[in-house]
Design a protein around this ligand. Structure first.
Ligand code: AMP
Length: 351
């Protein structure tokens, strides 16, 4: 994410420094700060600091906020890094969310299962991503194993939602309280990991888009969020249900690099550096993003497709690791479907 933010920010005449290692994907894109003095040196270097993960230490963000500007603020980070706090805020703002119970012991889990019912998903309250730290419970005999898999961490039991599809909304708010929203997109996950995004999501009524934007606006304003914020939603028979938020650019927004007037990365950089926000409209009505996961694969085939755009992150291959993505631009739904078929080797084959 840091790499893509910097790539988007250079044409705006910004300079970048990174807290990280010399072999990080963002290395060579700017100055790398590491070691004991890394944070202090970064604070001296930067006019504004941002972060690419909700697992960033809130205390560190609070500390460095005393010396330099950090966007999004520690408040946004504090709420969005904890599934319980997120859902408390959803409820407080009247945003429909998944029925849930916080769980901190096996006894709690037994009680929560009897209240929530099954099937249900047990998730760690913090630090989980890409489906990690989750256990799907079908019957009560799994309670012991489910609790054990949480390793004693504070957890949340959520009702299993029978959704029609998964959507996400990405928005950006600047320091002058301007808001901009990208179109809702449709996301397909496999084993908890995003594999495919269709942008904009097909057959979204203006009413559903407006509803999602209304939820988002209340969240942006309540947290006084500066920068990009993402909300993941389930589309159900009874409307939209919020799953979780991320205080950052999001994998489901990568399509915007090739198919929006301003990418999510550029708009995040604009927002945190007091520049006017860019237009978030899709430049074409049909685009898609396929994640490259685990191994790079036959990228020559991708490069030969006139409507495919390759984005690699300079990461070494490892099972389950996001190594890059392919953006597809198209003139019709048929062209999207045909291109996805052509790129089938990058998608899971056991669906
Ligand atoms: P999360 O880390 O919460 O985004 O979960 C990863 C994926 O697991 C989601 O994108 C869904 O595909 C699935 N999932 C998570 N929570 C639920 C739920 N309460 N009901 C049904 N599926 C879920």
């Amino acid at each position: 994410m840091g790499r893509m933010l910097a790539i988007a920010g250079y044409p705006l005449n910004h300079k970048f420094g990174f807290l990280g290692k010399n072999d990080a994907p963002s290395a060579l894109l700017g100055q790398i700060f590491s070691g004991n003095k890394g944070i202090d040196d970064l604070v001296d270097f930067a006019d504004v600091i941002t972060y690419e993960s909700e697992n960033t230490d809130v205390e560190i963000v609070k500390q460095i906020s005393k010396k330099t500007t950090v966007y999004p603020s520690a408040k946004s980070l504090f709420i969005t890094q904890h599934r319980g706090r997120e859902k408390t805020l959803f409820k407080q703002l009247g945003i429909p969310c998944v029925p849930y119970k916080m769980v901190s012991s096996q006894q709690d889990l037994i009680k929560a299962v009897s209240e929530i019912g099954l099937p249900a998903i047990l998730k760690t309250a913090t630090e989980g991503y890409d489906g990690k730290g989750q256990f799907l419970l079908h019957n009560k005999s799994q309670i012991g194993a489910a609790w054990k898999s949480m390793n004693g961490a504070l957890s949340i039991l959520e009702s299993f939602i029978d959704f029609k599809r998964e959507l996400s909304l990405i928005a950006v708010r600047d320091t002058d309280n301007n808001h901009k929203y990208y179109p809702l997109v449709e996301n397909t996950h496999h084993n908890g990991i995003l594999r495919l995004t269709i942008a904009p999501a097909p057959a979204i009524s203006p009413k559903v888009q407006k509803t999602a934007e209304r939820y988002m606006q209340t969240l942006l304003d309540e947290m006084k969020h500066i920068g990009v914020l993402t909300i993941e939603l389930f589309e159900t028979e009874n409307g939209l249900i919020a799953n979780e938020m991320a205080p950052r650019v999001h994998n489901s927004g990568h399509w915007s690099i090739n198919s929006a007037n301003t990418s999510q990365f550029e708009n995040h950089i604009r927002a945190i550096s007091n520049m006017p926000l860019g237009d978030t409209s899709a430049t074409n009505n049909f685009s898609a993003m396929i994640n490259i996961i685990g191994e790079i694969g036959n990228i020559d085939a991708v490069l030969k497709m006139p409507n495919a755009h390759l984005h690699l992150y300079d990461k070494t291959e490892r099972t389950g690791r996001k190594l890059g993505h392919i953006n597809i631009t198209a003139n019709s739904k048929q062209e999207i479907d045909d291109s996805i078929k052509q790129l089938q080797e990058f998608l899971p084959n056991d669906d």
